[in-house]
Design a protein around this ligand. Structure first.
Ligand SMILES: *[C@@H]1O[C@H](CO)[C@@H](O)[C@H](O)[C@H]1NC(C)=O
Ligand SMILES: [Mg+2]
Length: 278
């Protein structure tokens, strides 16, 4: 039986209307756009500073300072004795620290340190130690520096010490990975820090809270010590060595952590573009 021509046309129109209204295209595109906008709004709330391109290639040359080149100069210890991060590099350093770049760079350092630790032929006499710095090596003061211009402002001992006394500094996760590895193979961690003896209790509590335990020694600066960081730290390492310990490794974020004999059989430098301690 032949279908009347008008009915045929009507059915075709109805079918087309159904296809159009059921088509997933327009509504899903809208939903995706809406979701993207929400993600972006949420990300902006979580990280007020978000990496624009890597750690900010576009930002790097603002204000006449090539911030990525400056930071490389700092890491290589060509740029020395600086007091503050160049003002025009606050954005660059902020993006570096809060984005994934800092973590990635730290991961390379720790991967090398772990690979080195695995090659050690340990005597197993309990005399092999690894020296760890604390600030920006074991514990991160990024919550403080994020509120104080990422190192662009002169160091304020009053407000920084108040932050330290909170005992709330988070662990640097890559360093904690190295620490656990060393403990598991029988190398004893020794903390050697520029923090002062009066900060011992809060430092111990902070370290324990962040999952560190089983260290052999926590060496803090004694009241009245006047010398440089290099003199202090190398002097303490010398005492360890004189007491019969073998310093198989040494890790810190400052060159003053790893310069000055005895340095340790191998040294590892973590990134720190926020401050310089000579
Ligand atoms: C240092 O920090 C303290 C405590 O927040 C503040 O009272 C003081 O004004 C600061 N000093 C300078 C020079 O900014
Ligand atoms: Mg440090």
């Amino acid at each position: 039986m032949a279908m009347p021509r008008t009915l045929h046309l009507l059915l075709l129109l109805v079918a087309m209307a159904l296809v159009v209204s059921c088509s997933p295209m327009p509504t899903s595109v809208l939903a995706t756009k809406r979701r993207q906008a929400m993600d972006e709004a949420a990300a902006a709330r979580i990280h007020a500073l978000r990496p624009l391109r890597g750690s900010g290639r576009e930002l790097a040359s603002r204000g006449g300072v090539a911030c990525d080149s400056w930071a490389l100069g700092v890491e290589a210890h060509n740029v020395r004795d600086w007091k503050t991060v160049p003002a025009s590099c606050e954005g660059y350093v902020g993006h570096y620290m809060l984005g994934s770049h800092y973590r990635r760079d730290s991961q390379v350092v720790v991967d090398e340190a772990v690979a080195y630790a695995e090659t050690l032929k340990l005597a197993g006499n309990g005399k092999e130690v690894w020296v760890f710095d604390i600030d920006e090596t074991t514990l991160s003061n990024l919550p403080y520096y994020a509120n104080h211009g990422f190192g662009t402002k002169p160091f304020n001992a009053t407000s920084f010490n108040a932050y330290v006394l909170e005992g709330s500094a988070p662990a640097l996760p890559e360093t904690r990975r190295l620490y656990s590895k060393l403990v598991s193979i029988g190398v004893k961690p020794v903390f050697l820090t520029g923090r002062t003896e009066d900060q011992r209790a809060v430092t111990v509590a902070n370290l324990r809270r962040q999952g560190f335990s089983g260290w052999m020694n926590l060496l803090l600066k004694q009241p009245g010590f006047k010398g440089s960081a290099v003199a202090y730290k190398s002097g303490e390492r010398q005492k360890l060595q004189d007491a019969g310990y073998a310093i198989v490794g040494n890790i810190g974020d400052q060159w003053s952590d790893i310069l000055g004999a005895p340095e340790g059989a191998r040294t590892f430098k973590l990134p720190d573009p926020m401050y310089y301690i000579g």
